[in-house]
Ligand binder design. Structure first.
Ligand SMILES: [Zn+2]
Length: 301
C-alpha cells in the first residue's frame, strides 16, 4: 500500500490529508499558514504536517502540494503567489531538502481539476476542464486523468484572457480580463458600476435578482452572458467533455442552466453537448488533487 499526502497551501490556512490508493482520506489536519513569520516558517509548517501525518502510517508517503501561483519552468522559483513572501523562492527544492524526497507541486486550480477528473464529477470523462470562480478565476485541464500543465505551466489559465479590452484594470496589468468579470469581486464591481447599493454583497445581489430587483437581475444577466462568452473561448479550443465548476461563485445555480444556455449561444457550433456541472469534492478538491499529483496504478510511482 502506498500512501499520498496532499497539501493545500493557502494564504490563511494549510490543509493536509493522507490518502490511500482508493482515494480514501485516512486523516486530515488544518493549521494556520504562518505568513507573518515568513518563508522558512511556512515551509517548516508543511514539513511538520507531513511528518506528523505519516507517523501512524509507519512509512514515507508521496507528497504533492497545491499552491497559488506557478513554479517557473525556467528558474524553478515560485511566482504569481498571493502569499508574496513565497515569490521568487525555490520552494520545491527547499521542500525536497526538508522532506528528503521528491515533491510534486501544482497550481491550486490544476489540483481542483485533477481531483474532479480522477474521482469527482469528471471521473467518466476523457477531457475535463476544471474552473475555479472565487475571489479570482483560474482553470485546469486534465486529459485521461492526467494533468496538462503545459510548456510554461500556464495551461488552463483562462482567467487572464481578455474578455472586454475596455474593462477594469486587472492586477496582471491588462484591462478586462475574465477574472475581472466572473470572480466574486467582478460581480460586485459590475453591480456597483451599474448603480447598485455599495453595501450589497454577492449573496444579496443574487437574492435581490431572485426577488425581481431589476438592477440586480440586469447584473446577473450580464454575468451569465459573460460566463457563456468566456467559456466559449475554452470550448472552441479545447472542446472538453465536461466543465466542472468550483469556488464560491460555483454555488450560483443559474450558471448550470442560463449560464450554459449562454455558452450554447456563444460557442462555434449549432448545438452544445458539453456538460457544465458542479464539483463533487467541494473544499476538499484542492487537497485531494495535490495528493493525486502522484497518480494511482503505479504510473510514475
Ligand atoms: Zn488579468
Amino acid at each position: 500500500m502506498s500512501y499520498r499526502i496532499g497539501i493545500d497551501l493557502g494564504g490563511t490556512k494549510t490543509e493536509a490529508i493522507v490518502m490511500n490508493e482508493a482515494g480514501e482520506i485516512l486523516s486530515r489536519e488544518r493549521r494556520p499558514t504562518p505568513v507573518a513569520d515568513g518563508y522558512d516558517a511556512i515551509l517548516n509548517n508543511i514539513a511538520d504536517l507531513v511528518f506528523t501525518l505519516e507517523q501512524p502510517i509507519g512509512s514515507k508517503a508521496h507528497v504533492g502540494i497545491g499552491h497559488p501561483g506557478a513554479v517557473s519552468v525556467r528558474t524553478g522559483l515560485l511566482k504569481n503567489s498571493n502569499t508574496v513572501c513565497m515569490n521568487g523562492m525555490p520552494v520545491k527544492a527547499d521542500l525536497e531538502r526538508l522532506l528528503d524526497r521528491p515533491v510534486r507541486m501544482a497550481n491550486d486550480a490544476n489540483c481542483f481539476a485533477l481531483s474532479e477528473a480522477i474521482d469527482g464529477a469528471g471521473r467518466d470523462a476523457n477531457v475535463v476542464f476544471g474552473v475555479i470562480m472565487g475571489t479570482g478565476v483560474g482553470g485546469g485541464i486534465v486529459f485521461h486523468q492526467k494533468l496538462h500543465q503545459g510548456l510554461q505551466h500556464i495551461a488552463g489559465e483562462w482567467g487572464h484572457n481578455i474578455l472586454e479590452p475596455d474593462g477594469p484594470l486587472c492586477f496582471c496589468g491588462k484591462h478586462g480580463c475574465i477574472e475581472n468579470f466572473l470572480s466574486g469581486p467582478g460581480l460586485l464591481h459590475a453591480y456597483r458600476k451599474a448603480g447598485g447599493n455599495q453595501g450589497d454583497d454577492t449573496k444579496t445581489i443574487v437574492a435581490k435578482a431572485a426577488n425581481g430587483d431589476a438592477l440586480a437581475e440586469e447584473t446577473m444577466q450580464l454575468f451569465l452572458d459573460r460566463f457563456g462568452h468566456a467559456m466559449s473561448i475554452v470550448v472552441n479550443i479545447l472542446d472538453p467533455d465536461i466543465i466542472v465548476l468550483g469556488g464560491g461563485m460555483s454555488n450560483l445555480e443559474r450558471l448550470y442552466t442560463e449560464g450554459r444556455d449562454a455558452l450554447a449561444r456563444w460557442v462555434f457550433n449549432d448545438e452544445l453537448l458539453t456538460r457544465v456541472v458542479r464539483n463533487v469534492h467541494g473544499d476538499s478538491a484542492g487537497v485531494r488533487g495535490a495528493a493525486w499529483l502522484w497518480p494511482a496504478r503505479g504510473e510514475n510511482d
